[in-house]
Design a protein around this ligand. Sequence first.
Ligand SMILES: Cc1ncc(COP(=O)(O)O)c(C=O)c1O
Length: 421
Amino acid sequence: MDKEALRSVAKEYGTPAYIFDLDMLKKRIRMIQRSLGEEIRLCYAMKANPFLIGPIRQLISKYEVCSPGEFRICEKAGIDMQQIVLSGVNKERADIAYVMGRYGSKGIYTIESAGQLEVLESCAKECQVVIRALIRVTSGNQFGVDEEEICRIIERREAYPHVQIVGLQWYSGTQKKKMAKIEKELLHLDEFLGLLRGKYGYEAEELEYGPGFYVPYFTSDEEIDEEKMLGEFRSILERLHFSGRITLEMGRYIAAYCGYYLTSIADWKVNQGQRYCIVDGGIHHLTYYGQAMAMKIPHYQYIWMQEEGAGGEAASVRKDIDTGIEKDADVEKAEPWNICGSLCTVNDVIVKQLPLKNALIGDVIVFERVGAYSVTEGMYLFLNRDLPQVLFYSQDGGNGVQMIRQRKGTDEINGIGAVML
Ligand SMILES: Cc1ncc(COP(=O)(O)O)c(C=O)c1O
């Protein structure tokens, strides 16, 4: 979104707010699909941003769903169960029974442990369905199943007549910069699938792989030639012996770029020679993977909200609304500002030494590339500030800006309300 579009959103809706550019999101998914080839299926890991599941339903094959809450979000959005990969550790028996009871054999499940396989088998038996499942291969943490254990399961797969094991799932982590690491993982999985074929006569139909592709968040990060990177990845896939279906499970890489977070300067001061802006949002609304002590500058836009000339351009003098202090708008030199949020903690520093020209109360800072994980990973309840509004933006669909979630208080979640002790 350009500055003018962002300025009018800030004017009309206020801040703090997230706005997700659906046109950009869809264009990106099409670019990914085109670069990888139509035969590769895309699975959106909705933990990155559950708000996006509806708008992209025509463009992706599946959704990776990791909790009963995520499942309910899909149900409310009318997502077809056929598109759901019910994933995650600790799938509770009651939740599995609900899904199988209601949706029968639709969808696909992941197996995170030998115990989970037993529960899936017994629930499927009770519901008289045969379900499809992928065994998650561990990458050396609490997730997935050890390869030796997978061999034992595959060897005695006949013991699970209600669970058809259709293949493997793998995800080892995010923000992978090096294609060599991805290549190593894929070659290893290919070899393991070969071993299962050779030793147990097991032919997997599907490999669901989470590449954990990298998104450059900071101005100091090198930008990526996306089509070149995806082309390299595609050539690795083409070299695999595995000839079944390949599904790519991705969150960040799909969603990050479409998100903008708008926050306004609420106050400013100079303390012991350092300039501080206090904005109406804060670190509870923003998650930049790899941010270290607020030292790196994320991609951002700075928007002057007041003192526009008749044509909408910034006037030559800007006046601070509260203090009346006038500033020369044509000042050449940017000043370094520490951008701090509204939380009552010294940790609430979004970025240090951000060079701004004439920062004034009411101006809006727009943090970019926040489409993934900022809406889900923030520490939203700390200090009980409100949840920001969520907006959609689309020119192609003719919808313009749509309010998706109003600003929402958190006091009901963390307070005792009328209940007196
Ligand atoms: C199993 C699984 N798949 C996919 C993803 C999405 O990862 P990313 O956002 O790096 O694409 C995650 C993220 O935690 C995950 O746990």
